[in-house]
Write a protein that binds this ligand. Structure first.
Ligand code: HEC
Ligand code: HEC
Ligand code: HEC
Ligand code: HEC
Ligand code: HEC
Length: 158
């Protein structure tokens, strides 16, 4: 009996400590996932998010250029989809925490169907893979890291 109570109080203490740590560690540190796994037709890419953010010495905003006063950064795919297709048109509105985000691409916050002249110019908004290839490789060319035609498999799994 005694030892069971001891065990329970140890477990409770550990849980309380974990909860307190979660509360005390600053949000910014907490939200950096160690790795981001990206499945795609070129072969899976494992992006070492935490190394890039901490060890390689970059600021969050060097990559997260979505300046929309959100509490946390949005996934790149919220704005850089695989295609600007019917699915994007129907659902992208739900990706954003505020109407301010709409103005990143729209001249006014849309309220219903868009007139032809009010449609965002998608020529200037890169699709997901182009956005990644451009951002990853531009920085690598300047600061080290794989870029260029013979380095595909340093990022992509075969
Ligand atoms: C070298 C570029 C880079 C740096 C520096 C960086 N990130 Fe990221 N971050 C990414 C990429 C790429 C993703 C994956 C986005 C995706 O899959 O759409 C990501 C994903 C995220 C996500 C998950 C978004 C979601 O909902 O899926 C959060 C939150 C985040 N980063 C926060 C941060 C914070 C906080 C910092 C700074 C401490 C930071 N990032 C630094 C590139 C970076
Ligand atoms: C809130 C929407 C939004 C989010 C989230 C977002 N982008 Fe963008 N991005 C844009 C828009 C809009 C453009 C078109 C040019 C512009 O207006 O800045 C763009 C342009 C780009 C470009 C073209 C070069 C440049 O900087 O103009 C790259 C590369 C890029 N984004 C990469 C990323 C990556 C990588 C992420 C995630 C870490 C990301 N973007 C997150 C909206 C966003
Ligand atoms: C990354 C850029 C981007 C952001 C951010 C964005 N949109 Fe859009 N939106 C588009 C594009 C691109 C289209 C499609 C234009 C076309 O049909 O050629 C579109 C279309 C729409 C449409 C018309 C849908 C249809 O069926 O034709 C509505 C409504 C809309 N957006 C609302 C919003 C709202 C509300 C927000 C903010 C909460 C928002 N959008 C944020 C790029 C964006
Ligand atoms: C803002 C600059 C920057 C951006 C953006 C960036 N990287 Fe890097 N990356 C680096 C640096 C610096 C290194 C370390 C080079 C060295 O010292 O060997 C690196 C190393 C790497 C490496 C090899 C070591 C490791 O950590 O795995 C891979 C793979 C890699 N990056 C993938 C990516 C991918 C995928 C993206 C885009 C989603 C990306 N990087 C975006 C700067 C960047
Ligand atoms: C710096 C890392 C890096 C290098 C180097 C790189 N890629 Fe990628 N590649 C990515 C990332 C990140 C994505 C986007 C993954 C996602 O959509 O989730 C991607 C996506 C792709 C896709 C999917 C396209 C789509 O529309 O879905 C193909 C195909 C591809 N890469 C081929 C290549 C080839 C070929 C090379 C060499 C010439 C190469 N990549 C080099 C990181 C890299």
């Amino acid at each position: 009996m005694q030892s069971r109570y001891f065990l329970i109080s140890v477990i409770v203490t550990v849980l309380l400590a974990v909860a307190a740590a979660g509360y005390l560690i600053p949000v910014e540190k907490q939200e950096v996932q160690a790795r981001v796994v990206m499945d795609n037709t070129g072969g899976r890419v494992i992006f070492t998010h935490k190394f890039h953010a901490d060890d390689y010495g970059f600021d969050c905003t060097d990559c997260h250029h979505d300046d929309i006063e959100a509490d946390t950064f949005l996934s790149c795919g919220s704005c850089h989809p695989k295609e600007f297709d019917a699915d994007f048109r129907a659902n992208h509105q739900n990706n954003f925490p505020s109407e301010e985000a709409c103005l990143r691409c729209h001249d006014d916050v849309p309220t219903g169907e868009l007139a032809e002249e009010d449609r965002p110019d998608i020529e200037n908004i890169p699709l997901r893979a182009d956005a990644f290839h451009a951002q990853c490789m531009d920085c690598h060319e300047e600061n080290g890291g794989p870029y260029g035609d013979d380095t595909c498999y340093e990022c992509h799994a075969r």
